[in-house]
Design a protein around this ligand. Structure first.
Ligand code: UDP
Length: 455
């Protein structure tokens, strides 16, 4: 190990290369893992796309190399296109440039840790003879679900049939059929095609899987995935806790409105509901209005992230956030604060926050758990349904807003969680998970480093 790490001399330096697809929720954990590996003495080079490129100045000690991907199709960047179309377009755009960038690195590459949704990069690295680890920025449960999709289709569960929605998903309990990974507007064959590309790349090229999760919440899922893939799995999360990057220095693709922290300072402890659907999820105008009226009608103070482009049907590329319904401001009576992007980790860590209404992106779930904040779940697509099911039924730290977003139900759910007894129990359990999360050690990371050096 050590001699291979030494700069210069007879041995060429061996670097670990990391590559993430340019999504907010993938880049952030990847850069945290990069910093952690660097802190353990490994030389780290981050390959990245020009689109959503990270700012090297924020990550001292890491080397950055752009891959100059082929121009992205509209589907890869438009907020309206579905996640599967984005993933396919990105994989196509990066395949050749990634391979070229990796092949032309001056240093010897010890191993490439690449985005586990990026079959193009896994394949390219494998073909170049570079050992590959897949970095999953979702849960182990979500990857098990993903790999099971062709089997579930063959068994007749997909496409979904209304009468089967509440049946347990075979082999994936506690998931029901309705909780399975889903991408609206794309057909089952398309989804199976993508999954097969990922699964084939994993089987052909990958020597191990790295997860941003921890044993206390996913031990059984991790054990199952190791068995199913016959590959070592490293649960190195929660990465944002272990890496201890102070939030202001974090990679952010949007500028957070830090003014909301002062607004929170003026609220009483646990009185505010934080509402955010992450960086990609959208709702239609009707659902947006029901959310707005439900929040205002609940009487509960709230901090709501309303992103430009978050409401579907607006003009493409619109910079301004969607307008609030007429008369809402009056109804909110100063109880609501609306921002276009929040410093989420700091918000969740703030005393004033009582609960989090989330779309159930995996990063959001981990961040909420790590601060002991219970959740109101409104999953929108992809693995979010899986995550929501674990939040509500496996860990008991959250409840559903309801399948239909309707103002009365919203207001009821919000009050139940914020001031009801059920809410108090969920908060208690969230606190316990918080303790377990902070006890998650870097042992898994140590074994990952050992493994990388042995490859
Ligand atoms: N986030 C943020 N400010 C916001 C909304 C989201 O900083 O106003 C961050 C959040 O902390 C998380 C990431 O964006 O780290 C969203 O990732 P997640 O996996 O939850 O959802 P995605 O955006 O990938 O759907």
């Amino acid at each position: 190990g050590e001699e291979q790490l030494r700069d210069g001399g007879l041995h060429r330096r061996r670097v670990v290369v990391l590559f993430s697809l340019p999504f907010h929720g993938h880049l952030n954990p990847t850069l945290k893992l990069a910093a952690l590996l660097r802190a353990r003495g490994l030389a780290v080079t981050v390959l990245h796309t020009d689109f959503n490129a990270p700012d090297p100045a924020r990550h001292p000690g890491l080397a950055f190399v752009p891959i100059h991907e082929t121009p992205l199709q509209d589907t890869a960047v438009s907020p309206d296109s579905d996640i599967l179309a984005k993933l396919l377009a990105l994989n196509a755009a990066i395949a050749a440039p990634f391979r070229q960038a990796l092949a032309s690195l001056q240093d010897a590459v010890a191993c490439a840790v690449v985005d586990g949704q990026c079959y193009a990069a896994m394949d390219a690295a494998g073909e170049l003879g570079v050992p590959v680890l897949a970095l999953r920025t979702d849960s182990a449960a979500a990857l098990r679900n993903m790999l099971a999709i062709p089997r579930l289709r063959d068994a007749g569960y997909l496409p979904f049939k209304e009468e089967q929605l509440d049946e347990p998903a075979p082999g994936l309990e506690p998931l029901r059929v309705r909780d399975l990974i889903r991408v609206d507007g794309c057909d089952t064959d398309e989804l199976c095609g993508f999954v097969t590309s990922v699964a084939d790349a994993v089987r052909a090229s990958v020597s191990g899987i790295v997860f941003n999760t921890f044993e206390a919440i996913e031990a059984p899922e991790l054990a199952k995935i190791q068995r199913e893939l016959s590959l070592p799995a490293f649960a190195v999360g929660p990465l944002h806790l272990l890496s201890q990057t102070p939030p202001p220095a974090e990679q952010s693709l949007h500028a957070p409105d830090r003014g909301c922290l002062a607004w929170l300072d003026a609220r009483t402890p646990r009185s505010v509901l934080y509402v955010s659907l992450g960086s990609l999820a959208c709702v239609n105008r009707a659902a947006f209005e029901e959310m707005a009226w439900g929040l205002a009608g609940s009487g509960v103070p709230f901090l709501w992230v309303v992103r430009p482009g978050m409401v579907t049907g607006g003009a493409a590329g619109e910079e301004a956030p969607p307008p609030l319904p007429d008369g809402l401001e009056e109804k909110m009576r100063g109880r609501g604060k609306i921002v276009t992007w929040a410093p989420q980790r700091e918000v969740l860590a703030h005393d004033a926050i009582g609960a989090f209404w989330t779309h159930c992106g995996w990063n959001s779930i981990l961040e909420s758990i790590c601060e002991g904040v219970p959740m109101l779940v409104q999953p929108c697509f992809a693995d979010q349904m899986v995550n929501a099911r674990y939040v509500t039924h496996e860990w008991g730290v959250g409840m559903e807003v309801g399948e239909v977003i309707e103002r009365e139900r919203v207001a009821k759910a919000v009050t139940k969680l914020m001031v009801g007894e059920d809410g108090a129990r969920m908060r208690e359990r969230a606190r316990r998970l918080q303790v377990q999360a902070s006890a998650a050690t870097s042992l898994a990371l140590d074994s990952l480093v050992q493994y990388i050096l042995s490859l």
